[in-house]
Each structure stands twice: as C-alpha cells, then as structure tokens.
Design a protein around this ligand. Structure first.
Ligand SMILES: NC(=O)C1=CN([C@@H]2O[C@H](COP(=O)(O)OP(=O)(O)OC[C@H]3O[C@@H](n4cnc5c(N)ncnc54)[C@H](OP(=O)(O)O)[C@@H]3O)[C@@H](O)[C@H]2O)C=CC1
Ligand SMILES: C[C@H](O)[C@@H]1OC(=O)[C@H](O)[C@@H]1O
Length: 254
C-alpha cells in the first residue's frame, strides 16, 4: 500500500543518511520529493536520479539551512516544480563531537544555527505555504534520543535536539487549527556520515551495540517507516508526539 500517493514531500539534508533514506522512502510511497542539501552535489543528484527511477519527480536544491533565506527559496522551488507542499521532513543536522571545557564558540554557534535555527526557519516557511494552500499538512522533525539523554562530547548538540522536539510541540499547538500536524522522530544511533569517525573506534561501537536490546545499531532505512507513518493519513490524529526509534537503547538501564 502506498501511503503518500500524490503528495509533495520536502526533506532537508536529503543527500545522505537518514534524509536520503526518507526522501527515497517517500518516493516509494508515491510522493514527489524536493531535497535540500549543503555540499554533497553528487550524492544529492544521485538521490534525485534514484527517485526518478522509481517513477516519481524530484529536485535537489542546494542551500545552508542556517541561512534564513534558504527556507523560503527551498519552498518556492518545490512549489514551482510540484505546485504544493504537503509534508516537510526537517532533518538537516551536524554533530561535531567535542569536549565541553575547550569547546570553540564557533562550534557551539554553528551547531545551534544549523540544527535548531535551521529547523525553525524551514518549519516556518513550509507552514506558511501549507496555510496558504488551506488543506493541512504534516511536519516531521528529526530530533534524537539525544533530546532525552546527554552525551559527554555532545553538550552543544543535545540541547538542539531537545529544542527541535520542543519546536514540534509548540508548532503542533500553533498549527493545529490549520490541520497541520507536527511530530518528532527520535532516532537512536544510526550508522551514517555524522558518526562515521566516532564509531570508527571499535570499543565505542561495541559499547553502543551492547546497549541496544535489538542487538545492532540502526541503518537509515530503519527511520523511514516511522517518518512515512507520521507523514501519512494513518497518523491523522497524531500531533505533538515523539516517536523513539532506537532499537530499545533508551530503556536499557541494566
Ligand atoms: N545518525 C544518528 O545516529 C542520528 C542522527 N540524528 C539526526 O539525523 C539528522 C540527519 O543526520 P544523519 O543522516 O545521521 O547524518 P548525515 O551526515 O548522513 O546527513 C546530514 C545531512 O544534513 C545535510 N546538512 C548538513 N548541514 C547542513 C546545512 N547547514 N544545510 C543544509 N543541509 C545540511 C547534509 O548535506 P551535505 O552532505 O550535502 O552537506 C546531509 O544531507 C540530523 O539532524 C541528526 O542530528 C538523530 C539521531 C541519531
Ligand atoms: C551523532 C551520534 O552518533 C548520534 O546522533 C544522535 O543524535 C545520537 O546521539 C546518536 O548517537
């Protein structure tokens, strides 16, 4: 069963990892897809080609989500290509692991601007378009298990993921009257570019695996079903919710 037939889905950070999997997964469910990305031109274009091979339409729009102007341009390009916006997956993010005591100001600033400010501007721009269309919509923010628990080398990152979930809660209230649902997915540890270096440490990777009751770290495809569900009419009474997708890592105290 195709859950997103006829819908236009926008995904930020769609060139690699979770965003790419979500974009292709949405296309498999019948959506046309616009992806935003920052630097990976080849990967963005191959994502578009993969979606087109599925028989759906796709565009890639390059832009830094931390720049407030990027969001308006992304939405405008999607509307020019497909005529409307039904779903936003706000996913773009960075996690430059670093210790607290010597954290550079620039690293804190950049992480906040990309992960939180970027999400805010994208949600606002997509919501404006959805309100203008007058037919509701769905917004899914890729938050994290890190919204709920800390990380020694993520003191600048975990507050952005808590912030993104909080943004979805408040946006759910602000946009409910327009029929726009806003939810978060909270992935656990998923094997992508963002943690390739961190998990190259065999001991760290084995430790993270040992904390996961389902016995393995996640793949980007593990996040697709939850995103598609929240984007679809199957979740028509779900808003302001957080869906943890972590193989059980969070509940594994002992
Ligand atoms: N992997 C994990 O374990 C987890 C990840 N997450 C979250 O998932 C999201 C996706 O990360 P993941 O797939 O793992 O990592 P990846 O590094 O594979 O993907 C990150 C994506 O974000 C894009 N991006 C980065 N900075 C910007 C920017 N300034 N403007 C626009 N796009 C940007 C990248 O584009 P480009 O390559 O073109 O630069 C890429 O498409 C993040 O928000 C992350 O916090 C949450 C929980 C766990
Ligand atoms: C980058 C981390 O490995 C990843 O991102 C998160 O949000 C979680 O903390 C994961 O472990």
């Amino acid at each position: 069963m195709k859950l997103l037939e006829g819908k236009t889905v926008l995904v930020t950070g769609g060139s690699t990892g979770i965003g790419r999997a979500a974009a292709i997964g949405a296309a498999r469910h019948g959506a046309d897809v616009a992806i935003n990305y920052a630097s990976s031109d080849d990967k963005a274009h191959s994502c578009v080609a993969e979606i087109e091979a599925l028989g759906q339409r796709a565009i890639a729009v390059k832009g830094d989500v931390a720049d407030p102007a990027t969001s308006g341009e992304f939405v405008a390009r999607a509307v020019a290509a497909f005529g409307r916006v039904d779903v936003l997956v706000s996913n773009a993010g960075i996690c430059p692991f670093h210790a607290l005591l010597d954290m550079p100001v620039e690293t804190v600033d950049r992480t906040f601007r990309v992960n939180l400010h970027g999400a805010y501007y994208m949600v606002q721009a997509a919501a404006r378009q959805m309100v203008e269309q007058g037919e509701g919509g769905a917004i899914i923010a890729v938050s994290s298990i890190s919204a709920l628990v800390g990380g020694e080398f993520q003191t600048h990152y975990t507050p952005t993921k808590a912030g993104v979930h909080s943004l979805m809660q408040s946006a759910a209230i602000a946009l409910g009257k327009h029929g726009i649902r806003c939810n978060s997915v909270l992935p656990g540890t998923i094997l992508t570019e963002i943690n390739k270096d961190d998990l190259a440490d065999d001991a760290k990777r084995a430790y993270m695996e040992s904390r996961t009751p389902l016995g393995r770290l996640g793949q980007p495809e593990d996040i697709v079903g939850p995103i598609v569900f929240l984007a679809s009419d199957m979740a028509e009474y779900v808003t302001g919710a957080a869906l943890l997708v972590d193989g059980g890592m969070f509940v594994n105290l002992q």
